[in-house]
Design a protein around this ligand. Structure first.
Ligand SMILES: [Zn+2]
Length: 462
């Protein structure tokens, strides 16, 4: 019987384990470069220990010889020797506006070449969110200036009529206006909708480039990313989701699939998508759309995709409403039963305890897991367990089957919940020194249970 108890306690389900279709296409971009090395720690791209301490590896610098709105200088792989002199001369500096000491050096060697602050004072480097937001804006601004010299491009300092300040504003001679938002900070769906509608009201096309770090880009496995409710809202409102990586100078676009090919997390909380990274330089503006080479293949299935997405969102909302209604119903039943449970406990306490006002803490204390046994209040069934197999039985043993039998008799249909609650309490009793038995880390009890102490002879430590 204890083996059944174990199955009841061994259902640790990873919340976001992938249910991927049997086959999915590779997400390697053209040229065969992997967009990221496979990531075993879910969520963040791998980082070296000193990067966590000193902030992100800086690949961008500002050239003080150029006007403040000039594009930042990018350090390409292997480019350290070329820019070392300009750093030493003090021309290339950290682009973060309030940097306490913007002097830079270049670093090469075993890791990718990068800039580093000349002096670090033991202080932490710049926070990744702010750093990548800054680099992302600068990168998009530079890309627009380079590709569309006829457009007027403002990075981060021109408010549109309603006061919103886009990260990058591009105005074309024919009147088309684009607001690029590089979004690394967390954002609620409501806040996104307000900003999106603000732009729409002024006929400005907003292009959302979400950050390549959590919370916006989270890897579920090496080839799939979590498509969060915010991202769903963006697409259901008519947008296309993009992620920007300023270091790689790439844009990721989700590669949606429809029907049975669609991957989602276990339980269906999130859709999962591959999202190949393509160079920003391969993207373009067409009419009032920001386009990437990944879009063409998506266009054909887009209407079906939106329909499925809409359905998934509605189903999830319906399921949530059902769960809440269920919880409320359970709450009402519990409230109705409470007086009877309390009366039963009062009677038991009067009958069994010498001084019914003083219940030993090991019996009185309840944990959330105790509510798996519903026929009695936790304190009541704890006391029943003590009475049945522990009290006055030091040195004796009992089996799990013997301990669980009375509770199974009360509510045979709630077997699994009963196993879980009882096992959790037995483990607490072992922890407190009342019982000895062997169990696997997941709570599978593998030996008879020996009584070491009872409430008259408590364990020495309690
Ligand atoms: Zn700095």
């Amino acid at each position: 019987m204890s083996s059944t108890a174990a199955t009841a306690t061994q259902h640790a389900t990873p919340a976001e384990q992938t249910v991927a279709p049997a086959t999915h296409t590779s997400d390697a971009p053209p040229g065969g470069r992997r967009p990221h090395p496979p990531d075993t720690r879910r969520g963040a791209p791998p980082r070296a220990p000193d990067e966590r301490r000193r902030g992100p590896r800086q690949l961008y610098a500002r050239d003080r010889r150029l006007p403040p709105d000039a594009p930042l200088v990018y350090l390409p792989p292997g480019g350290a020797p070329l820019l070392r002199h300009d750093c030493h001369q003090g021309w290339l500096v950290c682009p973060v506006p309030d940097c306490p000491d913007p002097r830079l050096i270049t670093r090469g060697g075993s890791r990718r070449d990068h800039f580093a602050h000349r002096r670090l004072d033991g202080s932490a480097g710049h926070a990744p969110e702010g750093w990548y937001h800054l680099c992302g804006k600068a990168l998009v601004g530079a890309w627009l200036c380079d590709r569309y010299p006829q457009a007027r491009v403002q990075v981060d300092h021109e408010a549109v009529a309603n006061g919103q300040v886009p990260d990058v504003l591009a105005e074309f001679p024919d009147g088309r206006r684009f607001a690029f938002e590089v979004q690394y900070a967390p954002l609620t769906i409501d806040a996104w909708q307000r900003r999106h509608q603000g732009y729409a009201a002024q006929a400005i096309t907003d292009v959302w480039l979400f950050g390549h770090l959590p919370p916006h880009l989270r890897a579920a496995d090496p080839s799939h990313f979590v498509f969060s409710p915010l991202l769903e809202a963006v697409e259901l409102a008519g947008g296309r989701v993009r992620w920007i990586d300023p270091d790689a100078q790439t844009i990721r676009t989700p590669r949606h699939t429809v029907g049975p090919q669609r991957a989602q997390t276990l339980g269906g909380q999130h859709v999962l998508v591959p999202a190949p990274a393509l160079p920003l330089d391969a993207c373009w503006i067409n009419g009032t759309s920001f386009c990437t080479p990944a879009d063409a293949e998506q266009d054909a299935l887009w209407p079906a995709h939106l329909q499925e997405l809409q359905m998934a969102v509605e189903q999830r909302a319906a399921r949530r409403a059902q769960d809440e209604a269920h919880q409320r119903a359970l709450g009402r039943v519990a409230a109705r039963r409470q007086p009877a449970l309390e009366a039963a406990w009062a009677a038991y306490r009067q009958a069994k305890f010498g001084d019914p006002r003083h219940i030993p803490p090991i019996i009185a204390h309840a944990e959330p897991s105790d509510h798996g046994i519903t026929a009695n209040l936790p304190v009541h069934w704890h006391a029943r367990l003590f009475e049945a197999v522990i009290q006055g039985r030091r040195g004796q043993t009992f089996t799990y089957q013997r301990a669980v039998a009375p509770f199974l008799q009360d509510a045979p249909a709630e077997r699994r919940a009963i196993y879980r609650a009882l096992t959790a309490y037995l483990l607490r009793l072992r922890q407190a020194g009342y019982l000895a038995f062997e169990a696997t880390p997941s709570g599978y009890i593998t030996s008879p249970i020996t009584v070491l102490a009872d409430t008259r002879h408590p364990p020495p430590t309690s």
